[in-house]
Design a protein around this ligand. Structure first.
Ligand SMILES: [Zn+2]
Length: 100
């Protein structure tokens, strides 16, 4: 049961603002959630037969895929896969200022 692959248009990012952004620092580099590219990508995989849903930016579609897959094949175990993107950036080092 493969529906048409939905392209990510406006309206698909309504839950983007609740994404917590953790910032890690190492030396002069900082790593944060990549806001330039796409948001996290969600996917589901059946642990019985290994079939997987399409990867989408919405959690709803992989979850619906699980329910459809369970209804069609009776498989009940699934693995949820979330792919998130990070971006490393070089910090601007200010000379002469102790800002800690
Ligand atoms: Zn299956």
């Amino acid at each position: 049961m493969d529906g048409p692959q939905r392209s990510t248009g406006p309206g698909a990012s309504d839950c983007r603002s609740v994404t917590p952004h953790a910032v890690m620092r190492f030396a002069d580099w900082t790593l944060s959630t990549d806001k330039q590219g796409s948001g996290p990508v969600y996917e589901a995989e059946c642990t019985t037969c290994g079939e997987s849903s399409d990867a989408t930016e919405s959690k709803d579609e992989p979850e619906l895929w699980c329910l459809r897959h369970a209804g069609a094949l009776g498989h009940t175990g699934f693995r949820g896969i979330t792919t998130a993107f990070f971006r490393a950036a070089l910090l601007n080092r200010r000379s002469g200022g102790a800002d800690s």
